[in-house]
Design a protein around this ligand. Structure first.
Ligand code: CMP
Length: 140
């Protein structure tokens, strides 16, 4: 099914100059880019995006990390893109992520209270709809 997903190239991806490499993998897989915007995320946007993690021990460091510098928000489109991009991204933990995946190849293991893993991708159709509405209200 053709669907849309919300992808974030997190501040570590931007800082390390990996935007092109990550977007290249996305496009090489055949997915389209519907919208793309680099910005420093504000507190309200991050609170909405990460509402499900509020109260967890890594919530504070997560919001701090995600607001620490520019990130790139992307809406991608394609057949099965929600699961497909999560497959391209690899496991949440960079050490566990398979070689060949974005995180397996590129994310470094950090001795930090929050996992810095380069990218976010929506995990379901419902999440994608919600997250696209948060980051790109005009598309929501
Ligand atoms: P993401 O899947 O984009 O959204 C939640 C983020 O929180 C996740 O990426 C990681 O960056 C971070 N995260 C998830 N689980 C943990 C954990 N157990 N400890 C630290 N950070 C985490």
């Amino acid at each position: 099914m053709t669907e849309r997903t919300l992808i974030l190239l997190k501040p570590d991806a931007v800082e390390r100059g990996l935007r092109g490499e990550i977007l290249r993998r996305l496009e090489a897989k055949g997915y389209g880019i519907v919208a793309l915007d680099q910005r420093v995320a504000d507190a309200d946007t991050l609170a909405a995006h990460y509402a499900e993690h509020e109260g967890k021990p890594f919530y504070g460091p997560l919001v701090e990390y995600m607001g620490s510098g520019p990130l790139v928000a992307v809406v991608a489109e394609g057949e099965g893109v929600i699961a497909g991009f999560r497959s391209l991204a690899g496991a949440t933990n960079p050490t566990a992520a398979a070689p060949g995946s974005i995180r397996g190849d590129l994310a470094r293991e950090w001795d930090a209270p929050v996992i810095q893993n380069l990218v976010h991708g929506s995990d379901s159709v419902e999440s994608a709809t919600r997250e696209i509405g948060i980051w790109f209200p005009a598309l929501g």
